[in-house]
Design a protein around this ligand. Structure first.
Ligand SMILES: C[S@@+](CC[C@H](N)C(=O)[O-])C[C@H]1O[C@@H](n2cnc3c(N)ncnc32)[C@H](O)[C@@H]1O
Length: 359
């Protein structure tokens, strides 16, 4: 186990390690490119605010943009792997930076020759065998260190997030884990970097949840509620099953060519927003929101329909739910706003709906 490893003592706090930013990760529906629009629209729509909620956080890039000293960020998702990322970037819990840096160095230097749960299942598929052995070894080491009380919850999450971002760069996939590419040609070695973490003052008021959004919305009060649900029938827990398996580390038997956990195990992450009943779930969410401004991102890559990639909620349904709460304005990517002529939006990929509650 790495804790008493000689390599660890060779590093000092001056031995820096490269940092990575929260947006340097592939994730379906991540709003990285839309951030300037989201920020402009929100700044124009509300003058003063104290609390921002990212209810379907995903990577957390939107929440991150509104994470500021003296403000409260509430961030939520169903997936364990995302929660580790939020604990890393947004938690106010202190952590020992030198301890993390030393461990990351030792992980980078470690050569792993033996097979383990991760390499047996995913080696030569999603990752080279060499990378898969290292990932499995490191994850097991983190588990042991946490069980021995050497790592706080936040420190564990920081190491996990470093692993999450490292393996995204080494995965033989198109960015999700529904399938791996037949030809294994992703040879980048997994490389552990340090997350670029805001200071504790910036994170002081933040709150992190792993709840169903419709339940959480009944519990919280916020100024700006940002809603970015899944758009189609692709369940995130299925697309990111491998990351979830790595986060939970119960080492279950895996099924099929894609090596997924059983569907019973994946049940916790199934979203109503991927089902036919999504419009009702959305309406329930919006009617129970206690916010001054509700901001919704929704893609119009495909018309509403029953196909796997068809949108689950139509524009008319979305706007009629929002209009019940207040004046609603739609924005398109190049930030011209329009209030009529829904057919005008057919060619745009991403829209924002902004509802001024009570107005
Ligand atoms: C479109 S993605 C959000 C992307 C995010 N805005 C970003 O920029 O990375 C939708 C997210 O909602 C989560 N999710 C789906 N259904 C949920 C629910 N009922 N409650 C909470 N989170 C949910 C998924 O796990 C997924 O991470």
């Amino acid at each position: 186990m790495i804790l008493n490893d000689k390599t660890q003592n060779n590093h000092t706090k001056n031995d820096e390690i490269k940092e990575f930013a929260i947006q340097s990760r592939r994730y379906l529906g991540a709003k990285t490119k839309l951030l300037p629009l989201i920020e402009d629209v929100i700044n124009d729509s509300i003058k003063e605010w104290h609390s921002f909620t990212d209810l379907f956080g995903g990577t957390g890039v939107v929440g991150n943009r509104f994470n500021q000293p003296g403000k409260e960020l509430i961030i939520n998702d169903l997936l364990y792997s995302n929660i580790h990322s939020y604990n890393t970037f947004f938690s106010p819990e202190p952590f020992e930076r030198d301890k993390i840096i030393n461990l990351l160095h030792s992980y980078n230097e470690r050569k792993v020759h033996d097979d383990n749960y991760f390499s047996n299942n995913y080696g030569d598929k999603y990752f080279t065998l060499e990378n898969a052995r290292k990932i499995g070894y490191v994850r097991e080491n983190m588990e042991e260190l946490q069980q021995k009380g050497y790592l706080s919850n936040r420190e564990f999450s920081i190491l996990f997030t470093s692993l999450l971002y490292a393996l995204d760069k080494a995965a033989n996939t198109v960015g999700h884990y529904e399938a791996y590419r037949k030809k294994l040609d992703m040879y980048n070695p997994v490389r552990f970097l340090m997350p670029a973490i805001a200071d504790n003052e910036t994170n002081r008021l933040n709150k992190i949840y792993q709840c169903d959004a419709n339940e959480l919305v009944r519990e919280i009060k916020t100024d700006i509620l940002y809603i970015d649900t899944p758009y189609n029938s692709r369940q995130y827990v299925d697309s990111y099953h491998l990351l979830e398996n790595l986060a939970m580390w119960d080492k279950p038997e895996l099924e099929g060519v894609a090596k997924k956990m059983s569907s019973e195990v994946r049940q916790y992450g199934k979203s109503k927003y991927c089902l036919k009943t999504a419009p009702e779930a959305f309406d329930d969410l919006v009617q129970h929101a206690r916010a001054k401004l509700i901001v919704v991102s929704y893609s119009n890559m495909a018309e509403k329909g029953d196909g796997r990639s068809n949108a689950k909620i139509s524009d008319v349904e979305m706007i009629s739910s929002l209009e019940k709460r207040g004046k609603t304005i739609s924005y398109e990517q190049d930030y011209k706003h329009f209030t009529t002529g829904l057919k005008d939006i057919e060619n745009y990929q991403e829209r924002l709906f902004v509802c001024h509650v009570g107005k």
